[in-house]
Write a protein that binds this ligand. Structure first.
Ligand SMILES: [Zn+2]
Length: 288
């Protein structure tokens, strides 16, 4: 977490120092409640073994797209039912101008987050781990979280917006009741997950809330994403930055930065699972 303390300075330029510190305090409090990792392995023989803080919790990480999607257009273009409409099974995703793909980025980030959460005792499931030629479809991605009875699902993406825009945002499920979709039970907990994730991510990375959507909140609410519509467990997406923006692309392409991003994602999930409330910039998401 050495890097995290350095990035606070740049976060302060985005949010006030007071609110940033309050979130940091909440984060450290949550970690203290959960039990820091330091005592592990150092406990005396007489002390009871402390359970890992995320023991018994299940997290599904959904790395957006698949590096093989581009060479399987027929498979990924098949239409699937997302409750309130039909959409392509999956898409190829975006890339930086230099050719670093969103699919490579999300898979790398997911593997980093998995290591961090597993070290805290969580059962971590990836919807794909570079172990299949394409997909899965968005419907199967949602089903994986549901069947695992996941405590939290985070879909990892990076955006392909116009080059002028930068920053990240978190996508929350809208209330959708149509066909196989009924998000009413998950709208509330997903919003709490999204707020924790947004606040931890900006603190860990210094990445600002997106400048090009969301009204400066770093949040969007959408009703068109199968992964959210069909989820029966708390679920959000994070668009980690804009791959078409030069500065964001440079960060997303840097392994050390991705490690900071992974810490932010893992901390956001940990805060959610510990029931810690955060909220740097208000919690009003705009409709997408
Ligand atoms: Zn994507």
């Amino acid at each position: 977490m050495r890097a995290g303390s350095l990035t606070v300075v740049s976060v302060v330029s985005v949010v006030s120092a007071v609110t940033a510190l309050s979130v940091l305090t909440a984060a450290f409090t949550a970690l203290a409640v959960l039990g820091p990792s330091a005592p592990r392995g150092q406990a005396s023989a007489a002390a009871p073994r402390r359970a890992l803080p995320l023991a018994g919790r299940t997290v599904v990480l959904d790395p957006g797209h698949n590096p093989g999607n581009a060479s399987h257009p027929a498979e990924i273009n098949q239409l699937v039912d997302v409750g309130n409409g039909r959409k392509a099974c999956n898409t190829t995703g975006t890339s930086t101008d230099a050719g670093y793909t969103e699919a490579e980025f999300t898979l790398d980030l997911a593997r980093r987050v998995r290591l961090l959460l597993a070290a805290e005792g969580a059962r971590v499931i990836l919807t794909q781990d570079g172990d299949r030629p394409w997909g899965p479809c968005v419907t199967e991605r949602a089903a994986i979280g549901n069947q695992a009875h996941a405590d939290a699902v985070v879909a990892l993406h990076a955006d392909g917006a116009t080059p002028e825009g930068h920053g990240f945002h978190v996508i929350l499920p809208a209330e959708v009741v149509a066909g196989a979709a009924d998000t009413r039970p998950i709208v509330g907990p997903s919003r709490r997950l999204g707020l924790n994730l947004r606040d931890a991510y900006t603190l860990a990375t210094g990445e600002p809330f997106a400048t090009y959507l969301g009204g400066g909140t770093g949040l969007m609410v959408r009703s068109d994403l199968g992964g959210l519509n069909l989820s029966q467990v708390p679920a959000v997406f994070i668009e980690c930055g804009n791959m078409r923006n030069a500065a964001d692309a440079a960060r997303l392409s840097t392994p050390a930065w991705r490690e900071m991003a992974a810490h932010g994602v893992a901390l956001g999930i940990t805060l959610f699972l510990s029931g810690t409330e955060t909220g740097i910039g208000g919690d009003t998401g705009s409709e997408g």
